[in-house]
Design a protein around this ligand. Structure first.
Ligand SMILES: NC(=O)c1ccc[n+]([C@@H]2O[C@H](COP(=O)([O-])OP(=O)(O)OC[C@H]3O[C@@H](n4cnc5c(N)ncnc54)[C@H](OP(=O)(O)O)[C@@H]3O)[C@@H](O)[C@H]2O)c1
Length: 357
């Protein structure tokens, strides 16, 4: 195992009008860190990505997580304990926690802040399986966001017509499948470019797909939904949300997961003009934050694993291979460079893990 520890340090703020990427970071190399009593040393295996990480490195400093210049970029990660001086952790344990963009991370599981709250919340997997990408995708934060959207918020039911934006992304590609599991009559995905719409159709994730970069959404949405939309899952906001509101059915549900097209714009753009359809169509629009559903995690995992074993769900991960590609992977969320859930492989899964059935 290498004794070199590569780290991506945050260097320059990302401006509202630019994509996050290599220009915001610098890679440095140092020695693998050592641990002391009460600590564990973790080999980082996978890094998750989220558009929200953009706010860690924006000049606004408003988000609940911010990374200071010169610090290692933060991110959710999966890793293997390779040294332990803590009674609750053994070498070989596979864990998930908020970590950082580097090869090796030292964690202090008992460390608390001034309010007595743990500085790092660590999830130890009881029966991890290969590929570990599932712990970030289908059975992780992306899958849970899709599950909350489709099952809790939108309550998709048999016969519904469902529209999903950023359908070829992490949350979207899983949400398409969950809509089907719930008995949706028709699932239509919106994605950027012909390769992505074709991917949605080839993988059987959608009945139809709209390429918003080459089609007029104002024409395509009513074409695909002559009887209006029962459920809309929004990952992008802006014009897409406004048009979904325009064509929402009576009793329709709009689950608001994200607003990547407008959320990071400054000044903030005006809101949707067709919101009054919430009144006329007796529709409901509701947002959520996936981390509010941590108590429901066992229920989510159990349902998703059952559906996976029944062949109703498939993996849709887009793996960027190598820590060196971490800034590019983050940027891909904004340029549309990912197809499926975007994860960064830093090192291999432990060979001892059994394969997912
Ligand atoms: N509420 C929560 O708790 C929660 C949890 C997780 C994620 N989220 C949100 O859910 C959304 C999806 O997250 P994810 O991690 O699965 O990302 P993702 O969908 O895999 O990646 C983002 C996608 O958004 C599309 N996009 C980027 N800029 C766009 C623009 N200006 N207009 C339209 N589409 C644009 C791109 O797809 P195209 O190539 O198709 O344009 C890109 O691939 C994000 O908004 C994220 O912030 C919310």
């Amino acid at each position: 195992m290498s004794t070199v520890n590569r780290q991506w340090l945050f260097r320059d703020f990302v401006e509202p009008d630019e994509l996050p990427g290599p220009n915001n970071f610098e890679m440095v190399e140092g020695e693998r860190p050592e641990i002391t009593a009460g600590q564990i040393l973790v080999r980082v295996i996978l890094l998750g990505t989220s558009p929200a990480q953009r706010m860690y490195i924006s000049a606004e400093r408003e988000f609940h997580i911010v990374v200071e210049k010169g610090e290692v970029m933060q991110g959710r990660a999966i890793g293997e304990v390779i040294e332990s001086q803590h009674a609750d952790y053994e070498v070989g344990d596979v864990i998930q926690a908020g970590m950082s963009w580097q090869d090796y991370v030292v964690l202090s599981p008992d460390e608390t802040d001034e309010h007595g709250k743990h500085v790092v919340e660590i999830e130890k997997f009881e029966n991890p399986t290969r590929p570990l990408t599932t712990t970030l995708g289908l059975f992780g934060q992306l899958g849970c966001s899709a599950w909350v959207s489709m099952i809790e918020i939108a309550q998709v039911k048999a016969g519904d017509s469902v529209l999903i934006s950023a359908a070829a992304g992490g949350v979207g590609s899983i949400a398409c499948q969950l809509a089907r599991v719930q008995g949706a009559k028709r699932v239509v995905g919106i994605a950027g470019g012909p390769d992505k719409t074709q991917w949605l159709l080839d993988k059987g994730l959608c009945d139809a797909a709209i390429d918003y970069k080459n089609e007029n959404l104002a024409e395509a949405i009513p074409r695909e939904f002559p009887d209006d939309i029962d459920v809309f899952l929004d990952n992008v906001g802006g014009e897409t949300l406004d048009l979904a509101l325009k064509h929402i059915a009576v009793g329709g549900r709009l689950a608001i997961c994200g607003s990547i097209s407008t959320e990071y714009q400054r000044p903030r753009p005006p809101g949707p003009t067709h919101y009054y359809n919430l009144i006329y169509r007796r529709a409901r629009m509701e947002g959520f934050f996936v981390f509010d559903y941590l108590e429901r995690w066992p229920e989510f995992i159990a349902q998703m694993q059952t559906w996976y074993q029944e062949g109703k769900l498939q993996l849709t991960d887009h793996v960027f291979d190598g820590l060196e590609h971490a800034p590019e992977a983050l940027g891909s969320l904004f340029s549309g460079g990912n197809t499926g859930g975007c994860v960064i492989r830093v090192s291999p899964d432990p060979v001892s893990l059994p394969a997912l059935d």
